[in-house]
Design a protein around this ligand. Structure first.
Ligand SMILES: NC(=O)C1=CN([C@@H]2O[C@H](COP(=O)(O)OP(=O)(O)OC[C@H]3O[C@@H](n4cnc5c(N)ncnc54)[C@H](OP(=O)(O)O)[C@@H]3O)[C@@H](O)[C@H]2O)C=CC1
Ligand SMILES: O=C(O)CCC(=O)C(=O)O
Length: 474
């Protein structure tokens, strides 16, 4: 059921939710809404805003705190749902749910720290104050790869700063969003302030982007959809925040600690089945360490246990859908056509009927190849050999994306130079490019992101608008 104006309502039709680890496991049927459901939600949100804003920040902080507590209490149940519908292995799924709780708790605090400034006026007897106010009704369109954390890091700041929300989760993962919505509703979010409208992006998402009462859209997903949303939002003069793809470089210098480099690349490239926009998909390796690095990484990659998300010994779950699996397999074939030596990458028959794929390394890749330029969004990484630091940096920066970038080195000189000169929104030294903290800004440069940063205190930029107040007391 969708949650609109505080009521659980059926949609236009039902969508089957199946487990990518085991297609015989039918998780449930979920409501698919229509443009009129979006309209109803937007109207309810708009009508509920004045009372919500009048309640003040403490009520909002307390609500977010209660939501955080409930998410923590129900982490095992929500994590299991997340693992079942998205395919993340259970420990990662539960960790993601706990991260969602941490995000709500962080923004409970931020609700009480809404910044403002008093500035001296140029006119005697006049006071000037710069205040921040909620934007209004915000539309949140979220992807399937982080079904708990990404909705949380959009919903929590939206509510903290006094906005009303219409959330549209990805069609592949309605179950986690439904559990989050139930908690938000049951913990006392006023009717209309939080609405869940599930259904296809082309219908529900499109209607949100076009709705005149929805004044801001925060989106995470693919580049083509992000660009289409930006165009439509510009027509409606809406505020927009887009988090899209990555082709994140991880540089391994000759002086790197081999254990650290292999661990960072294994995690960054293959954990969560590579389905992270921050995944290390280009491993840029200096010649001196190249062969030893490739040998160790290959050995450890091939030892990763791929299997059902709920199986205790699985380290890598399935690909999220048969369509994404086909995309990945097509890129594996392309890597061969482009001249790479391919290790792994084949479809695996698991113990259940799921979309399992062995992680893949594309050796002897060049940065000009399509496999090094296009986001794959699967457990595949290209290995590009370079001669020195300058070449590594040039290759790292030679991409239309700029989300996350990493370097493994023991040299302070290289680490510092990389931090300053790499063109990315997030830089990691001796750490995987994926797996970020929940309380600091998240986002990229170039084609990866558009609009203000998400997460941490910087979220205030998107979810509030500035009002300058002048006062002359006579
Ligand atoms: N940066 C990231 O974190 C992510 C990147 N991707 C990339 O995108 C590729 C495809 O994944 P996919 O799920 O199709 O990504 P999409 O960009 O299509 O989906 C992301 C969200 O946008 C919605 N959406 C789709 N079409 C529209 C539209 N016209 N207007 C408004 N909203 C819309 C989707 O709804 P619905 O699911 O109902 O279609 C979903 O909620 C992946 O292979 C990967 O490369 C995917 C997920 C996350
Ligand atoms: O790497 C992370 O922790 C977050 C990644 C992410 O947000 C994404 O893939 O969309």
């Amino acid at each position: 059921m969708n949650l609109i104006d505080g009521m659980w309502l059926p949609g236009d039709h039902l969508i089957q939710n199946r487990n990518p680890s085991d297609q015989s496991d039918l998780i449930g049927h979920y409501a698919a809404g229509t443009a009129s459901d979006v309209d109803r939600a937007a109207q309810a949100a708009s009508a509920a805003l004045p009372d919500w804003q009048a309640k003040g920040p403490l009520a909002r902080a307390e609500l977010l705190d209660r939501i955080a507590r409930r998410i923590d209490e129900e982490a095992a149940v929500i994590g299991r749902m997340l693992a079942r519908e998205e395919g993340k292995i259970l420990p990662e799924a539960i960790a993601e749910v706990r991260r969602a709780a941490q995000v709500f708790r962080f923004f409970a605090g931020e609700a009480l720290r809404l910044p403002g400034e008093a500035i001296a006026s140029v006119r005697p007897g006049v006071d000037v104050e710069v205040m921040r106010e909620a934007v209004g009704v915000v539309g949140l369109i979220t992807p399937w790869n982080f079904p708990a954390a990404i909705p949380a890091w959009k919903i929590a700041p939206a509510l903290a700063y006094g906005n009303a929300v219409v959330l549209k989760p990805a069609e592949l993962v309605p179950g986690t969003a439904h559990l989050l919505a139930r908690i938000i509703h049951e913990e006392g979010c006023p009717p209309g302030i939080f609405n869940l409208v599930m259904g296809p992006g082309s219908v529900v998402g499109q209607a949100m982007v076009e709705h005149p009462l929805i004044v801001a859209i925060s989106f995470t997903g693919s580049v083509p959809t992000g660009r289409a949303i930006a165009r439509a939002a510009a027509l409606g003069m809406k505020r927009v925040q887009l988090e899209m793809g990555g082709k994140n470089p991880m540089v391994v210098m000759d002086d790197a600690d081999l254990d650290t480099a292999v661990a960072a690349c294994l995690n960054g490239a293959f954990f969560s089945t590579g389905q992270r926009c921050t995944a290390s998909s280009r491993l840029i390796v200096q010649s001196g360490i190249h062969d030893a690095f490739v040998e160790r990484l290959t050995k450890e990659m091939l030892a990763l246990r791929v299997g059902p998300a709920l199986a205790e010994d699985s380290q890598i779950g399935p690909v999220v859908s048969v369509a994404q699996l086909q995309v990945n397999l097509d890129y594996v074939a392309l890597a061969r056509t482009e001249g790479c030596e391919v290790i792994g990458g084949e479809r695996l028959n698991g113990p259940t009927d799921g979309f399992f794929q062995r992680p893949a390394l594309f050796l002897n890749a060049s940065n000009r190849m399509r496999i090094s330029r296009e986001e794959i969004f699967g457990p595949c990484a290209a290995v590009i050999r370079v001669g020195d630091f300058d070449e590594a940096l040039e290759v790292a920066n030679d991409s239309e994306f700029g989300l996350s970038a990493g370097i493994c080195t023991n040299s302070l000189t290289y680490a510092r130079a990389f931090r300053h000169r790499v063109r990315a929104g997030m830089v990691m030294v001796n750490l995987p490019t994926a797996g970020v903290d929940f309380h600091v800004p998240f986002g990229g440069t170039k084609g990866s992101s558009f609009g203000p940063r998400e997460q941490g205190r910087h979220a205030v930029e998107f979810y509030t608008t500035v009002k300058t107040a002048y006062c002359f007391a006579g």
